[in-house]
Design a binder for this molecule. Structure first.
Ligand code: LLP
Length: 390
């Protein structure tokens, strides 16, 4: 991934920093567009994965919509000139202020997660003399077989309206003069690598659609959310997710009614592989059973390993090529400087002999990396560097 020219350039940049390879992002977006256009599917980018202006501007140029989960994300999408008619707004806890802002922007759709939320949106829309278009986020009770913190489509999760509440919700909507039901929304979880979970989702959506047909309610839009996973273990071999198989599966298994449109909300699969966290080794310390490589980046810059025990491939990009090839690598616990034991990027990681000052790359960090960074321990906020501006 990194040739010597770029590694030399990294030497003069203060670490830690996120490095975004704009060409990888463009290649990924080309694939998303090519494969989704085959079926006229509509793709929204989930801003929660990474909301850097430079990257959003590229994504927007592919005529992709925006999936937002806060008023500020809606604002960011508007500022980056995503077409407001391609903005969807989800989230279990939208505040009145956020709803009002989104109403003022005439966004395409609110993905509603509870009966009370629908009542409040109706109230606020009435006060503005507007009609709010909504989709019902339905909890399909489908297991995504992913980490429990990023599973969202089970009854035990806080998200969405449960199937047994549908009748009440639909009756309520009929009494809300300023609400227009335009769609159904689903999202079962994130980092889903077993595509059969999406097949189960399709079959559940078909069942739910039949319920709406039997109640003579026409639904224009089906939004199946996001969740397509990426290969954290072999980023170079699988730089681009298998969008062909992913979109084909929905085309094969979703039973669509005439003129229905299908929407997706992809975050990770679009943005993960273009981002790398670049860090420097501060110290090497010998432990009882292991060596520690102590980096100048920690859980403040990349929280996923501490929070979800997530794996990110760790590479010493300063080691000479011949050293990188050696089979008798050493094992290091690669840790950050933060005063928490969970501040660890990997245990017993195989690396060539590593020394103070070496550059370490934490791969596949474009999604939920920088955007979840913090200033804990009063750390400086992490910076971003772009391949076309370096
Ligand atoms: N739509 C909804 C309603 C969502 O909740 C999410 C992600 C997405 C779309 C985008 O999902 P994606 O395509 O990126 O999988 N911080 C965690 C991931 C949390 C995902 C939250 N929802 C992580 O670092 O793995």
């Amino acid at each position: 991934m990194f040739d010597q020219t770029i590694i030399n350039k990294f030497q003069s940049i203060k670490t830690p920093f996120y490095y975004y390879d704009v060409n990888v992002l463009k290649q990924t977006l080309d694939a998303v567009k090519k494969e989704s256009d085959k079926y006229n599917f509509i793709v929204h980018y989930a801003l929660k994965a990474n909301a850097n202006n430079e990257l959003l501007n590229i994504i927007k140029s592919y005529h992709i919509g925006a999936d937002c989960v806060s008023g500020n994300e809606v604002k960011k999408a508007v500022e980056c000139q995503f077409d407001s008619q391609h903005i969807v707004f989800a989230g279990v806890g939208k505040s009145d202020e956020e709803i009002n802002y989104a109403l003022d922007q005439n966004i395409f759709c609110f993905n509603c997660e509870s009966l009370q939320e629908i009542e409040i949106i109706n109230e606020l829309a009435t006060a503005k003399n507007k009609t709010a278009s909504i989709a019902l986020r339905i909890n399909p009770n489908v297991n995504a077989n992913t980490h429990k913190y990023i599973t969202t489509g089970l009854e035990e999760n806080k998200f969405g309206i449960n199937l047994w509440e549908l009748e009440t919700v639909v009756n309520k909507i009929a009494t809300c003069a300023n609400i227009k039901l335009i769609g159904l929304h689903f999202h079962i979880g994130s980092q889903i690598t077993d595509l059969s979970a999406f097949k189960s989702l399709c079959l559940k959506v078909n069942e739910i659609q039949s319920w709406f047909v039997s109640h003579k309610i026409h639904i224009e839009n089906i939004n199946v959310g996001g969740g397509l996973g990426v290969d954290y273990h072999n980023p170079d071999e699988n730089l681009i997710a298998d969008f062909a198989a992913y979109f084909k599966l929905f085309n094969d298994f979703l039973e669509l009614r005439p003129k229905q449109k299908v929407h997706f909300e992809l975050g990770r699969a679009i943005i993960a592989q273009c981002g790398t966290l670049i860090s420097k080794v501060l110290y090497i310390k010998n432990g009882v059973n292991t060596n520690f490589a102590i980096l100048d980046a920690g859980m403040t810059e990349l929280m996923r390993p501490a929070l979800y025990q997530a794996y990110h491939k760790i590479e010493n990009i300063s080691a000479s090529d011949s050293k990188k090839q050696t089979t008798n690598n050493l094992k290091y616990d690669v840790v950050g400087p933060i005063c928490e034991s969970s501040d660890c990027f990997g245990k017993a990681v195989n690396l060539p002999e590593t020394k103070r000052g070496d550059l370490i790359a934490l791969r596949t960090a474009g999604a939920y990396g920088e955007v979840m960074s913090s200033a804990y321990n009063l750390r400086d906020r992490v910076k971003a560097v772009y391949s076309d501006k370096i």
